[in-house]
Design a protein around this ligand. Structure first.
Ligand code: GLN
Length: 223
């Protein structure tokens, strides 16, 4: 299985993700520049955290116009797995691949801390390695992680079990404690917490590795 880690000007978690996949998951990965228009040969796409284009206008608002995003949209349409982490989640909402938006944190401050989360749905390709209802800890590091959507969208997210991760102790004001959601088809996940920062015990925990193991295990079951 080969992972693409898409890198934009201002991405700063691309190499962390690359090493999480190659060193810890022991799978194949390649960093793909924002200028690429081709994701052929990849089985999953990872969109890393950071400050793409300096967070100008809004986080992710300029990245959605990068050449690679047309290929990312095709990849999503083909039902292949796409995971956006932090700025990656912001880019996916701006690109219309996930509903809702990420606003400034309630206290208008950047928050960087380990955060307890609930795994609400382990029946997804991103969470099959977790136990149902498991509580895990992943680091967050963001200024714009306050998830918002309209009432109809929220009702749909709940009815379809698309709220995959929620905060136990809502740090940023997110609607319904939302920390991570999938699209309706279940092949695109956006999450504000950083699984790639919790893949080795030296980082304080390894709960994040299970996200990548889930993707790999699901892939291996289907080939
Ligand atoms: N770590 C990150 O990806 C930061 C995301 C984003 N630019 C923010 O501060 O909200």
């Amino acid at each position: 299985m080969k992972f693409a880690v898409v890198s934009f000007p201002g991405s700063n978690c691309d190499e962390d993700l690359y090493y999480a996949i190659t060193d810890d998951l022991k799978a194949d990965a390649e960093i793909v520049p924002h200028t690429s228009d081709n994701l052929e040969g990849f089985d999953a796409v990872l969109i890393p955290g950071g400050f793409s284009y300096g967070d100008y206008l809004r986080s992710g608002a300029i990245a959605k116009f990068a050449p690679v995003m047309a290929a990312v949209k095709e990849f999503a349409k083909a039902g292949k797995p796409i995971l956006g982490i932090c700025n990656g989640f912001q880019i996916l909402t701006e690109a219309g691949l996930l509903p809702g938006t990420l606003q400034h944190n309630r206290e208008m401050q950047f928050i960087c801390e380990p955060e307890p989360l609930m795994v609400n749905n382990n029946q997804t390709l991103f969470t099959s390695a977790f136990k149902a209802g498991e509580t895990i800890t992943l680091p967050i590091a963001h200024g714009e992680g306050n998830y918002y959507c309209d009432d109809d969208t929220l009702a749909q997210l709940k009815a379809n079990h698309q709220i995959i991760f929620s905060y136990q102790d809502n740090p940023n004001g997110s609607l319904s404690d939302i920390a991570g959601i999938t699209n309706q088809a279940g092949n695109v996940l956006g999450m504000m917490p950083h699984p790639e920062r919790a893949v080795e015990s030296i980082q304080g925990g390894t709960d994040g590795l299970k996200v990548f193991q889930s993707i790999l295990q699901t892939y291996l079951r289907t080939v």
